[in-house]
Design a protein around this ligand. Sequence first.
Ligand code: SF4
Length: 348
Amino acid sequence: MSAKTDIPAVQAALTAHYARHARQLPWRRPPGDSRVIDPYHVWLSEVMLQQTTVAAVIPYFEKFVARWPGVTALAVAPDADVLAAWAGLGYYSRARNLIACARRVVADHAGIFPSDLAALQMLPGVGGYTAAAINAIAFDGAAVPVDANIERVVARLFAIAEPLPQAKRPIGLAAASIWPASAGGDFAQALMDLGATICTARAPKCAACPVAAHCAALRTGIAESLPLKAKKAARPARFGRALWHERKNGADREVWLVRRPPRGLLGGMLALPGTGWGEAMPAPAVNATQIGAVRHVFTHFALDLAVDRVTGMADPGEKGGWWPISRLDEAGLPTLYRRAAELALRER
Ligand code: SF4
């Protein structure tokens, strides 16, 4: 885009495209529909969508709203139930913030989400982007939420060639410059959809793009390279051991599970017992048989978790409990430990 860009034409093209091609998502209302959207749905979907794809989020979103139809129901749910329902979605601090946020909305706002940005940002786990998304989408507010899709589309429309994260500010200003005075929620979703379906990270489909005539990156042949990203430092490696300790109980078999401490990575979730995670692989216990290992990439490090079978321990040695293996899928194990359990069960 340039100083001469016809901003009303960009807005009209995007809005018309959205009216015809909007993705149908369970937390949305159709384009142009004036019904009020439940801010609970917007908040829940936005928290779930952080670092996670739409396809992965849909079944979780539907499960959550069926089980906890409003923020008040979620606020009184036991932590363990919410964490178990979240299992598999990853980034578990989001689930703990979800519980804390629901309780704060009930305690401080009588169970009604506030609409203004400052109050939204005071809620646990609600950062600048999520607050802006709730304000714009649920309340038709003036906030400009810039997620990764919008970031990419705007960086390309304006050919902003600074690398991220420094580019965030010029991208935010450029997004604000094309934002309409009303229906900002639909406009945000129109841009999000364009980024998800046409202005994709790789091989953008510029020939099908409703704003191609206004796109500076297309004009200059740099579309696919934007937005530039600063080089990331290599992810450090961590190592640990998990123990698979199984016993027979009548017709069933059971495995020893522990609950992780409430704070920290995978806090409050059920897990296999084992060592801490450090820079070298801990030695196996003397009574352990090595089964294999699973690799899991967290945001700040990659973990190689060896899985060992232990037998003949009278006391499993860590605070926990026996869990029936036939009902292991109900334990809500986070993905790391679900994969470790699958490995142990495969290699029996
Ligand atoms: Fe993205 Fe291409 Fe459209 Fe520009 S023309 S906004 S690069 S899809």
